[in-house]
Design a protein around this ligand. Structure first.
Ligand code: HEM
Length: 448
């Protein structure tokens, strides 16, 4: 049954052609143009200047005003596409993962097949169960502080010192400098010191990810894909003490586990981890009272306590609320599902647009301000969905590891001196926070 056979009334509402076109132009297209697998810096710059993300949220609000709280089907000729518009439905879809709402949507599978065809996110059935278990165990999903945190903190301290040294020499901490240091941390944490300067590994990954941006349209790079996985396997075999590779070696796996495919996903996903850390630092520096609070927390914890800094973690979570790095959470229905408005057919692509919920000023009092307490009081505002790491059984298994490493990095940078935003007008605490903060052009200046 196609979405076109449904109409208002006993069936799920279907958007008019004009509203469908507007949703595609203002919500879907800009999100994909920015690059879902690897960001396109030029488009990011343009999107910040043109305030495209705010327009997307406004468009979603208008759709809710017109059609009620959904789900809403778009009027498309070749596919069934639903938009989720209410908090209860977000919860239903996320809790109903992986069945009937499978995370292995056709788009994700096409995009990630270039890089990690056996990743948990695009697996189904028993293979997904095994790969998800493996991810949760190795990444210590349910613990605030990873079991290898002691070693990770040493790595973060050393590499943050390197970032600062370069920043002092160049009189600024640019994204490129930060990102180079961040990926040194990532390679050392995941694979060990011997991988610290394996830039080729990260370059191969970037090229495979760029192919992923074109999903169905790209022929792929079979040779490079094999080389990449071989290289990851070589690093994993060393199982350097203190690393995730050592945890992998000690974690049972089956022939289905495909550790190098899970690790490929981690490498790619640490990219948004870096973005949110850099943006979290910017948020703190733009809000002097919050910076003072962060400095107090860092001082009280001391260098040995940096694995657990709740306030700094909350700053990173706020960066992810304000500028979610996974703006679109996609599911695909594996059977017909029933909703208030009627039935939604099997094989419908269901889209949760995180910025709509994170920045909905009609429902969230702090929608456009930096408000870390939102996360300290509990991760949900009166049941309102804040889903930078998704939710339910498909929630990101690194939801604790990322803020742990990011907050320790910010702590190490702040503890060694003073930094200021290079262009303070981009993040003015007296104004609403911008709809997008392009991390590529963000920079900090060290001062005494
Ligand atoms: C800021 C950084 C990150 C954010 C915002 C983030 C967010 C997310 C989100 C929203 C999902 C669900 C995607 C979906 O349902 O389509 C997800 C899944 C996943 N993430 Fe992350 N992630 C981040 C970093 C990481 C890192 C660093 C790792 C590994 C070290 C990781 C491992 C995973 C895995 C394995 C999945 C798939 C889970 C499954 O199959 O159920 N993520 N992440």
């Amino acid at each position: 049954m196609s979405a076109g056979t449904y109409s208002m009334g006993d069936r799920i509402p279907v958007a008019s052609i004009a509203d469908t076109t507007a949703a595609l132009a203002e919500v879907v297209l800009p999100t994909f143009a920015k690059g879902v697998i690897i960001r396109r810096p030029k488009v990011m710059r343009l999107a910040e200047r043109m305030d495209l993300d705010r327009r997307a949220v406004r468009r979603m609000q208008k759709l809710r005003e017109t059609y009620g709280d959904g789900p809403l089907m778009l009027r498309l000729p070749l596919r069934n596409q639903a938009l989720i518009l209410s908090p209860g439905d977000v919860q239903r879809v996320l809790e109903g993962t992986p069945h009937p709402f499978s995370p292995a949507s056709a788009e994700k599978t096409a995009a990630l097949a270039h890089l990690e065809p056996k990743a948990s996110l695009i697996s189904e059935g028993p293979e997904r169960t095994e790969r998800r278990r493996f991810n949760e165990e190795v990444l210590d999903s349910r613990r605030d502080v990873h079991r290898m945190a002691g070693h990770f903190m040493e790595v973060v301290g050393q590499e943050a010192a390197g970032m600062l040294e370069a920043a002092r020499a160049q009189k600024e901490l640019s994204w490129d400098e930060f990102f180079t240091g961040w990926y040194r941390i990532v390679r050392r944490v995941v694979l060990g010191d011997a991988a610290r300067d394996d830039y080729e590994l990260t370059d191969m990954l970037a090229k495979l990810r760029a192919a992923g941006n074109w999903a169905f349209l790209h022929p792929g790079h079979k040779g490079r894909l094999e080389r990449f996985h071989r290289r990851v396997d070589e690093h994993l075999r060393r199982a350097e003490p203190g690393t995730l590779a050592a945890v992998i070696a000690a974690t049972p796996h089956t022939p289905e586990t495909a550790p190098s495919h899970q690790v490929a996903h981690w490498f790619f996903a640490f990219d948004p981890g870096g973005m949110s850390t850099f943006r979290g630092l910017a948020l703190l520096l733009a809000h002097p009272e919050q910076e003072a609070r962060a400095r107090r927390e860092i001082a009280e914890a001391g260098p040995g306590g940096r694995a657990n800094l709740p306030f700094l973690r909350a700053a990173i979570l706020e960066a992810l609320r304000l500028w979610p790095t996974t703006p679109v959470i996609l599911r695909e229905t594996r059977e017909e599902t029933l909703w208030r408005g009627g039935a939604m057919p099997k094989d419908t692509s269901v889209l949760i647009f995180a910025p709509f919920f994170h920045r909905d000023d009609a429902n969230l009092p702090h929608a456009d301000t930096f408000h870390p307490d939102l996360w300290l009081d509990g991760p949900r505002q009166g049941g309102w969905p804040l889903v930078p790491f998704s939710g339910g059984p498909g929630i990101c298994p690194a939801r604790n590891l990322v803020p742990m490493l990011g907050s320790a990095t910010i702590a190490a940078l702040l503890a060694s001196g003073r930094l200021a935003l290079k262009d303070p007008s981009r993040l003015d605490a007296s104004r609403p926070m911008p709809a997008l903060l392009d991390n590529y052009t963000l920079a900090f200046v060290p001062h005494s």
